[in-house]
Design a protein around this ligand. Structure first.
Ligand SMILES: Cc1cc2nc3c(=O)[nH]c(=O)nc-3n(C[C@H](O)[C@H](O)[C@H](O)COP(=O)(O)OP(=O)(O)OC[C@H]3O[C@@H](n4cnc5c(N)ncnc54)[C@H](O)[C@@H]3O)c2cc1C
Length: 446
């Protein structure tokens, strides 16, 4: 019998807190039991809880924790096809496959995320121009539907359910196995080039050149810089490098307590950013790094979300199409520096093409992601950033979202009507439900 336990869960930003009943199945067949038990109404899958907002929460409902469903079920070295349970993490994949020269084609910026969470958010990495998003490499998945049946779904035979589930934030069912292709010729080492970027214009030009030439690229932006320095930062590009040793395992530190709310303020962040900008010499620099250190810099500090204190923080991430990106990014950065909400984690990347899902986030353009402490005025700032994103035909990423409005959501995701048609077919009683789905008015939420 499935054991349900009352607990409190939060998203990674700790801005949303939910009282739920949770089960932690050990085997895929336990999922059937959890789904069959209709006593308490709604439920949603929860991977590693690395989505920032409320997409893996279900207040006063049920949550199925997939972390123990973490077996790799098969691998074909000739094709790179791997089959695994949804709770397998990117750290697991890297540990097993990188020494053999294979890597996940799209990996988010944390190795703690699970494969189920990656499929549900159609995640992208620092190589989207070159290799696309996670969903681009999925061959099929087994999906446990609200009626208790499991369906093997692929893009040829079940195109609409496939497209609704890739990027569908867990609302079509619970993914119980995924088959996706790993890329060959990967190495545990990369050669990283870093250079200072003076301002936003230089950023746009630099990305225009390197996005087709470099395998990996990512920019850090000093989000408190203003005037002529608006948009300044450090651009990193990376290529695999062969080397005859393996990197030493990382030795992560842990944030031991919630920082007091005042620790992050305009002055501390300004000082940190100025120093961070200058750490790279004016002439740039080049270093060998472990692939993991390059892909997952924040994983070196466990529980870093506690730095923002008990009230937590919001993450804002949008993508703007190439055409309006320069003007749109300028307006976003101006609004951010005017608001005076100190953000020290601001990242700029390019995305190469649209994803395969109805609600896939990627489109060809520039994506900006920032963390904001949840202080007075933060909600208003996020509303302004939503409006600017809409003005420039952009969209907000559901895996990072905490406050997106229903109207904004509908305008940003033009394939939403198709997504909703699939939901009406596979889950007419809205058993799969999250706080985010309620907030966005999905599934008939009032
Ligand atoms: C430090 C950090 C860096 C990040 N960097 C990036 C990045 O570079 N690119 C990017 O795209 N994202 C990034 N993310 C976001 C993260 O990759 C996504 O939120 C991802 O979905 C998290 O996976 P998870 O296993 O933690 O899922 P959760 O947060 O637990 O859940 C996220 C969604 O997936 C659904 N889900 C989980 N498991 C299943 C399942 N088995 N079946 C159906 N639905 C399921 C949930 O219902 C929920 O809607 C980052 C997050 C952090 C914390």
């Amino acid at each position: 019998m499935t054991r349900w336990k009352k607990m409190t869960l939060t998203g990674w930003g700790r801005s949303h807190v939910a009282s739920v009943e949770a089960a932690r199945p050990e085997r895929p067949r336990d999922l059937d039991e959890a789904m069959a038990d209709t006593a308490s109404g709604t439920l949603i899958a929860h991977g590693a809880g690395r989505a920032y907002g409320d997409s893996a929460l279900n207040t006063n409902g049920r949550v199925v924790l997939t972390e123990r469903l973490d077996r790799v079920l098969g691998f074909d070295a000739a094709t790179g096809l791997v089959i695994c349970e949804p709770g397998v993490t990117f750290a697991n994949l890297m540990e097993i496959f990188l020494p053999r020269g294979f890597m996940p084609a799209a990996s988010p910026g944390t190795s703690f995320a699970t494969v189920g969470g990656a499929l549900a958010a159609d995640v992208h990495g620092k190589n989207h121009d070159r290799h696309g998003g996670f969903g681009d490499h999925v061959e099929w998945f087994d999906l446990l539907l609200a009626d208790g049946t499991t369906r093997r779904v692929d893009a040829q035979n079940d195109a609409e359910l496939f497209a609704a589930t890739i990027g569908g934030m867990g609302l079509t069912g619970i993914v119980r196995a995924v088959a996706f292709r790993l890329l060959p010729n990967a190495s545990p080492w990369v050669r990283v080039k870093e250079r200072r970027i003076r301002d936003l214009d230089e950023y746009i030009e630099a990305f225009a050149t390197i996005r087709d030439r470099s395998t990996f690229s990512v920019g850090w932006i000093d989000a408190v810089a203003t005037g002529a320095a608006l948009g300044r930062g450090i651009l990193e590009t990376a290529e695999f490098e062969a080397h005859d040793t393996l990197p030493k395992p990382r030795n992560p530190h842990r944030v031991p307590f919630d920082f007091p709310g005042f620790a992050l303020n305009h002055f501390t962040v300004k000082a940190f950013n100025a120093q961070h900008y200058r750490r790279v010499p004016q002439t740039g620099r080049e270093r060998r790094k472990s692939f993991a250190e390059f892909l997952y810099p924040l994983d070196a500090l466990h529980g870093w979300n506690r730095i923002y204190g008990k009230r937590g923080f919001y993450q804002f991430q949008c993508v703007l199409p190439d055409a309006g990106a320069r003007a749109g990014l300028r307006r976003l950065l101006e609004a951010i520096s005017e608001a005076g909400n100190p953000s020290f984690l601001a990242v700029l990347k390019t995305l190469g093409r649209s994803g395969r899902g109805h609600l896939s986030f990627p489109m060809r353009g520039f994506t900006l992601a920032l963390d904001f402490p949840r202080i007075n005025g933060a909600d208003g700032l996020l509303r302004r950033l939503e409006a600017i994103t809409l003005d420039h035909q952009g969209r907000i990423y559901l895996a990072k979202d905490s406050l997106l409005t229903r109207e904004g959501f509908r305008a940003m995701y033009p394939l939403l009507p198709r997504f909703e048609r699939v939901l009406a077919k596979v889950d007419p009683a809205s058993r799969l439900m999250s706080d985010q789905a309620r907030r966005l008015g999905l599934k008939g939420a009032p």
